[in-house]
Design a protein around this ligand. Structure first.
Ligand code: 1WB
Ligand code: MN
Length: 346
C-alpha cells in the first residue's frame, strides 16, 4: 500500500495563558457544566473529577516536543490544530478577544515553523461579533491560518441568533470553514446531563453540537449564507443517522408555521453546507453510513488528540473497508481542499 499523507483534522492545543484563565473560571461563580471536567484538567487542587492522572494539560500545551515525535513514530504527517474546548467562550468579551488573538499568534508561529506538520484553525470571541469578524480577517489574511474553531454555545446562545451573523458573513466571505466543536451543554440544556459522566464526550457534547446544528438549519441560516461551510466532528454528532426524520418533521413544522419556511430541506442543507470528521468514532459501520449519507468528499479523518490515542485512530483508517481512492480523500485530499492546505509535490 502506497504511503498516504495523513492529515488529522481535530487536534487540540492550548497556551499557558488560556490554561491559567480557565483555572480562574473553574474557581469562579459560573454554573457552567463545563466546570465538571475543566476542574480536573486545569485545577489539580480540585481534581475530584479524576482527569488529573490523564494529564491532558501537558498534551495540550506541548506541540513541538512529544507530539511531533509521536506523529513521526506513527506516520501522522500533519495536525490541524485548534484551541481546545471551551476555547475563549467562557471568558468575558474583552478577555476572550485578547486571548483569541494571542492564541492565534502562537498558532501561526508554530505553523510557520513547521509548515508540513501543522496547520491551524483560528479562534475568535463571538461575544463581540464585529471584533470577531476583524480577527477572522486577520487570521486568514495576515496569519495565513486555515479556518476557524468555535466551541458551540456562547453564554447559552447559538449561531442562529442574528447578532452572531457578522461572524458567519466573515467566514463565508473568506471561504473559510468554521469547525463547531463541542463544549458541555448550555445552562438551559444541561439538566439531566449532569450525572453518570454524561456531561462530556460520552453523550452531552454530541447533544450540544447537534442541537446547535439543527437550530442553524431550521432557522434558515443557510439561506442567508449559502456558501458557508460548517465542519462537525464525531462522525457528524449523530445527525447523519437522524437526518431523514429531522427533514420529515421540519417540513411538517414549516407547514403549521412552527418553523420558518426555508428554501431547501434540512437534508439538502446538511449535504451542501456541512462536512464531517471521524474524531473519536472508530466504527467502520458508522463511517460507511456517513460516507453514503453525505458523500465521500465531505468526510475527513481526525484523531482528537490528546483526548483520544493516535494509534487506534490510524489503525481504524488504515483498515477501513474503503477503496484506496476513498482512503486518500479521507486521509488528506478533502482536508487539503476544505482547509486550503497545499498538496505535497507529486
Ligand atoms: C474530552 C474530549 C475532554 C474533548 C475535552 O475537554 C475535550 C474527553 C475539553 O474525552 O474527556 C474533545 O475535544 O473531544
Ligand atoms: Mn475534540
Amino acid at each position: 500500500m502506497a504511503k498516504l499523507r495523513k492529515i488529522a483534522t481535530e487536534e487540540a492545543f492550548s497556551i499557558p495563558e488560556v490554561a491559567q484563565a480557565l483555572k480562574q473560571v473553574v474557581r469562579g461563580p459560573s454554573s457552567s457544566l463545563d466546570k465538571l471536567l475543566l476542574k480536573g484538567i486545569y485545577d489539580s487542587a480540585g481534581s475530584a473529577a479524576g482527569y488529573g492522572s490523564m494529564n491532558f494539560l501537558e498534551g495540550l500545551i506541548d506541540i513541538e516536543d512529544r507530539r511531533l515525535k509521536e506523529m513521526e513514530e506513527l506516520g501522522v504527517d500533519m495536525h490541524i490544530l485548534s484551541l481546545t474546548a471551551p476555547g475563549v467562550q467562557m471568558f468575558d468579551a474583552d478577555t476572550a478577544t485578547e486571548l483569541a488573538a494571542l492564541a492565534n499568534d502562537r498558532l501561526a508561529a508554530v505553523c510557520a515553523r513547521h509548515p508540513k506538520r501543522f496547520a491551524g484553525l483560528a479562534s475568535f470571541a463571538p461575544h463581540s461579533p464585529k471584533r470577531a469578524a476583524r480577527e477572522m480577517e486577520r487570521a486568514i489574511g495576515t496569519l495565513k491560518l486555515n479556518g476557524f474553531i468555535l466551541n458551540s454555545h456562547t453564554h447559552g446562545e447559538y449561531l442562529d441568533d442574528p447578532k452572531y451573523w457578522p461572524v458567519l458573513e466573515a467566514a463565508e466571505a473568506l471561504d473559510a470553514c468554521i469547525y463547531i466543536h463541542p463544549r458541555a451543554a448550555s445552562d438551559s440544556l444541561k439538566g439531566p446531563l449532569q450525572d453518570y459522566g454524561m456531561d462530556s464526550a460520552m453523550w452531552g457534547y454530541g447533544v450540544e453540537v447537534s442541537t446547535h446544528v439543527v437550530r442553524m438549519m431550521a432557522a434558515g441560516v443557510f439561506d442567508h449564507f449559502p456558501k458557508l461551510r460548517i465542519c462537525i466532528g464525531h462522525m457528524g454528532e449523530a445527525i447523519p443517522f437522524w437526518i431523514w426524520r429531522i427533514t420529515f418533521m421540519n417540513s411538517r413544522a414549516q407547514l403549521i408555521d412552527r418553523a420558518p419556511k426555508t428554501q431547501l430541506t434540512m437534508e439538502e442543507y446538511f449535504c451542501r453546507n456541512f462536512v464531517l470528521t471521524t474524531s473519536g468514532v472508530e466504527d467502520h459501520l458508522a463511517l460507511e453510513y456517513s460516507i453514503r449519507k453525505v458523500g465521500i468528499d465531505n468526510v475527513m479523518w481526525a484523531i482528537d488528540y490528546p483526548y483520544q490515542p493516535t494509534k487506534p485512530a490510524v489503525d481504524f483508517m488504515d483498515s477501513a473497508p474503503v477503496s484506496e481512492v476513498q482512503r486518500a480523500k479521507l486521509y488528506h485530499l478533502n482536508a487539503e481542499r476544505i482547509f486550503h492546505i497545499a498538496p505535497l509535490p507529486a
